[in-house]
Design a protein around this ligand. Structure first.
Ligand SMILES: Nc1ncnc2c1ncn2[C@@H]1O[C@H](COP(=O)(O)OP(=O)(O)OP(=O)(O)O)[C@@H](O)[C@H]1O
Length: 934
């Protein structure tokens, strides 16, 4: 019953006497019955469209939603249907508003008159259209969901369109509506992908073999041909046959030549036209108007041949195409089958030829090998597909059999429908000739791949993806052209915003990446937003310089004896990298690394062996910057000490001991030695010691006088150190004005002490310059010089536990200014002043802080009311324990000086002030200076 109805309707509605094939008939019936999803895979021109069009017209008050890839194709179908008085419409970005409104109004009417609504997949993927479909579904007016050219949804197919993959959504929305998927070219993988993506429920499968008996396939090789253009011309003349003027123009024989490059389409059009075959070029570089006019002239038969890139052909339903030539190597067997299948749609004999060229093959291979924008699996798949196509061309095997195998069909009965089956020997000779000839052919230059044209494939559906299936404006731009245009636009916008620098900076960054020393340079901006490789490189350079200086100073130290220059570079690299790894913010990176550089600078000035160098093990896999994190193998105490970022007093002490040993001198340095060293760190300490050994105190005093007359003032030193800290970050920031500002801010925020601290230190500056009271301390007071509070004689060795490196509070303050306060070393300015003694490592500082705070409190209390002698005893003990070992040693020898100083301190303590050891040492220093000035 249904069969008769369908046959009658076929005649009545479409004018066909019968179905083209049994498969067409069965597929149409299955669709009409609406019981199941249907999958139809039939060769091009076999009449697939009819399989859903006829049933759709027969469904009363229902509309079929048809997703089709190209507006051109849609327009063609809708035009044909409308010419048959079938109510078909399309919705896309170009549809006029009134028409859109009319279509929607009809669809919402519960009894729509529209039988078929064509939509591009891009339109289908929009939320608006999804809502429309939901509404239609609620009204129960949808007859079918049709997915035409369904192979486009699979990325394994030859015309992948991402928007197609969204269409599976309609399976969910319209779960009870039959879904019809149609394609001419789908291998097993693609078919599975279609079913999966569209969530098709156990679909009825109507697949016809791909073999098309009316098509003759052959392959020729360009290189051995004497004149390829003449060869092509002769082929065209044979394929078109003699001109029959009795046949209407639009039905006259015609042909298509596919080229990869638009230049080739122009060239061929020119050559063939000059040889008497009127040919028009069609490519993406032409305006829409010219392209449409060209296509139209070819369609109506005004021009017999069109030389086109493969953007041409989809939606072209011209039966009299007698030949399809590929003037390049097609990319895949699937796409070649589809493109060549545009020949002979009227069922009459037609010819399909590939002109294989070694140069083209090389270029396409290069492009596919270097395709970077795709995932590896897909790239491999594409490469394999191309290799298959190359095999198709270069092996003497039945051409139809290759297609059949590719699409999973049995080998067809080709007989003589391809050159191989017609005369294999001739084909083999041709191949041999090509192989011999091609050994003399110039290999394709790699830059030929960048000839401004992608593979022909990219010239087809790409356009619609961008413009809702427009197929007009955007397919006028090839992938390469798009990329260039995008870059140009970006540059222009950057120029207008005055950000040209950022564009060039990007390029510079790429250059820097190539030359960079820092580890994981390419991850820089990803890991730390805003951080540049240049900045990292500059910091790395600074680190290397400072480490190198330190290494040179202590090259002979037993801990460094095995290190080479390369190791120092590696250490710098590792230190920079360890900070980089622990950082997520650019400012934190800058602060941490500048802190490290500052510490190294200070170590170098003070001639202290840096802890990073001392503990460096060249073969260790992981290195942590001591100043940033604790080294795991260190003990807790050591870790704390190492992580504060300050110079270790112990190191300096050991260092000086080392120098002493070096000079084979058992004598302790004199006060003047230490003075000179402090005032000018560059002065060679050992030399001073050596020189002073034979001097009398008055000579030394004289020397000091001379030295101090030329020494830089404390304030100058202060300024110098501050500016040094700034310049460290400045130089790392590569002199960029913005960077300078930033780094100054960092210095202000992180290097300086808080304002309170600075103010306090300024007060101390003044204090230190006050004329000192030269009162005498009585003998009784001095008896207790070397006793602690408990009255016991203090072990002299224990004093080294609480030594202070610097004796000059002013210098110390400046050192502090030049340093970044480490996490464990940050002292609050409001806390007792003892904490300002920053040169002592943290555990030592904590220990001595507790001790000296107690001492001072005690002393002050005592001074307020208890006996002077006792007070002085305590005070002297506290001074002794607070003093720098150099001073202490000196004082042990020069008791008079010690007593005087103690008296001064004692007097000052009466004014209710507490003193930290740094201040005590400062007073000592000032006293010594005063002595020297006398
Ligand atoms: N039963 C039939 N009798 C005669 N002609 C038919 C019949 N069915 C379809 N045709 C015609 O065959 C031609 C090809 O049909 P159609 O465009 O549907 O093919 P197709 O399989 O969709 O091809 P393609 O894959 O290239 O889109 C059309 O001109 C159509 O009118």
């Amino acid at each position: 019953m249904s069969g008769i109805l369908l046959k009658n309707s076929l005649k009545k509605l479409f004018g066909h006497d019968d179905f083209k094939s049994d498969t067409q008939k069965r597929a149409t019936l299955a669709v009409y019955q609406r019981k199941k999803d249907v999958y139809i895979c039939m060769p091009t021109g076999s009449g697939k469209s009819l399989c859903f069009q006829l049933p759709a017209v027969l469904q009363e008050n229902k509309v079929a939603l048809i997703f089709s890839p190209l507006i051109a194709l849609i327009k063609n179908q809708v035009d044909i249907l409308q010419s048959l008085k079938i109510n078909a419409k399309c919705l896309n970005s170009k549809t006029p508003l009134e028409e859109k409104a009319a279509i929607l109004k009809d669809l919402q009417s519960k009894k729509p008159k529209i039988k078929m609504l064509y939509i591009t997949p891009e339109m289908g993927a929009t939320r608006t259209f999804e809502n429309v479909v939901m509404e239609l579904q609620n009204s129960k007016v949808i007859s079918y969901i049709v997915i035409d050219e369904a192979h486009c949804l699979s990325q394994w197919g030859h015309d992948f369109r991402p928007a197609y993959r969204q269409l599976g959504r309609y399976r969910e929305i319209c779960s009870n509506i039959p879904m019809i998927a149609l394609t001419a070219t789908a291998d097993k993988e693609v078919v599975e992908d279609i079913f999966r993506t569209l969530k098709m429920k156990d679909p009825l499968n109507f697949t016809l073999p791909v073999f098309r008996q009316n098509l003759y396939y052959d392959v020729w090789f360009i290189e051995p041909l004497a004149n390829p253009y003449v060869h092509l011309k002769n082929f065209i003349i044979d394929a078109l046959g003699p001109l029959n003027e009795s046949v209407p123009k639009e039905k006259r024989n015609c042909g298509i030549i596919y080229c990869r490059k638009k230049d080739d389409t122009e060239l061929l059009a020119e050559k063939l036209s000059s040889m008497g075959i009127t040919t028009l070029a069609y490519h993406a570089g032409l305006t829409t108007k010219v392209r449409n006019a060209t296509q139209n002239r070819w369609t109506v038969g005004e021009v017999p041949v069109i030389a086109a890139t493969c953007s041409f052909g989809m939606g072209v339903d011209k039966g009299s195409v007698r030949f399809v030539v590929h003037w390049t190597v097609p990319q895949t067997v699937g796409s070649y089958y589809q493109e060549s299948g545009r020949a002979g749609r009227d069922g009459k004999p037609a010819f399909c030829r590939v002109y294989f060229s070694k140069v083209e093959n090389g270029v396409i291979s290069f492009i596919l090998r270097n395709a970077k924008d795709e995932n590896t699996q897909l790239a491999v798949s594409k490469w394999k597909s191309f290799e298959k196509m190359v095999s198709y061309c270069t092996e003497a095997k039945c051409r139809h059999a290759v297609f059949s195998k590719h699409f999973g069909d049995k080998p067809p009965a080709c007989v003589s429908q391809c050159d191989c089956c017609e005369n294999r020997k001739i084909v083999e000779q041709r191949i041999d000739q090509f192989v011999n000839c091609s050994s003399n052919v110039r290999k394709p230059m790699t830059n030929q791949a960048n000839d401004g044209f992608g593979l022909a494939k990219y010239d087809t559906f790409q356009a619609d993806t961008d413009s809702d299936g427009d197929g007009t404006s955007s397919d006028a731009i090839t992938a390469q052209e798009k990329r260039e245009a995008r870059e140009l636009i970006q540059q222009q916008f950057a120029l207008r915003r005055g950000k040209q620098k950022s564009v060039t900076a990007k390029k510079q960054s790429t250059l820097t990446l190539l030359k960079s020393n820092v580890q994981s340079a390419d991850a820089t901006a990803v890991k730390v937003k805003g951080l540049t490789i240049e900045l990292r490189e500059n910091f790395y350079k600074l680190l290397t310089e400072e480490l190198m200086k330190n290494w040179k100073l202590f090259k002979n130290h037993q801990a460094l004896i095995s290190l080479s220059e390369n190791d120092i570079n590696s250490l710098a690299k590792n230190l920079e990298y360890s900070i980089f790894c622990r950082t997520t913010a650019v400012n934190v990176y800058k602060v941490n690394i500048a802190k490290l550089v500052c510490t190294l600078t200070t170590s170098n000035r003070a001639q202290v062996l840096d802890a990073n160098l001392e503990h460096y093990e060249p073969n260790a896999t992981n290195i942590s910057a001591y100043q940033v994190s604790n080294k795991p193998k260190l003990g807790k105490q050591e870790a704390l000490r190492s992580s504060n970022g300050f110079v270790l007093a112990k190191d300096l002490y050991n260092n000086s001991k080392q120098l002493d040993n070096k000079n084979k001198s058992n004598k302790n340095p004199s006060i003047s030695d230490f003075m000179i060293k402090l005032s000018d760190p560059k002065v060679d300490e050992s030399k001073i010691k050596h020189e002073n050994e034979s001097k009398t105190p008055s000579e030394i005093t004289k020397d000091l006088k001379t030295h101090h007359s030329s020494e830089t003032s404390d304030k100058d030193v202060s300024k110098k150190r501050k500016s040094d800290a700034i310049s460290i970050i400045d130089s790392a920031s590569n002199s960029s004005k913005k960077m300078k500002l930033e780094t100054n801010e960092i210095v202000e925020e992180n290097v300086h002490l808080s304002k309170n601290q600075t103010d306090e230190l300024d007060v101390l500056d003044v204090d230190c310059r006050k004329p000192l009271n030269d009162q005498k301390i009585d003998r009784h007071d001095c008896k207790s010089n070397f006793r602690n509070f408990d009255g016991k004689v203090k072990d002299s060795s224990s004093s080294s536990n609480s030594v202070s490196v610097s004796t000059d509070s002013v210098v110390q303050k400046l050192e502090n200014k030049a340093r970044f306060s480490g996490p464990n070393a940050v002292s609050k300015s409001t806390s007792v002043s003892t904490e300002k003694v920053s040169d002592i490592d943290v555990p030592e500082r904590r220990k001595s802080h507790r001790k000296s705070t107690a001492i001072h409190k005690h002393s002050v209390d005592k001074c307020r009311g208890e006996s002077h002698a006792k007070n002085c005893e305590d005070l002297l003990s506290s001074i002794k324990s607070a003093l720098n070992p150099y001073y202490k040693d000196q004082f042990i020898r020069d008791r008079e000086t010690f007593k005087t100083i103690a008296k001064i301190i004692h007097t000052n303590l009466k004014s209710n002030r507490t003193y930290d050891r740094r201040e005590i040492n400062a007073i000592v220093l000032e006293y010594i200076r005063k002595l020297s000035r006398k």
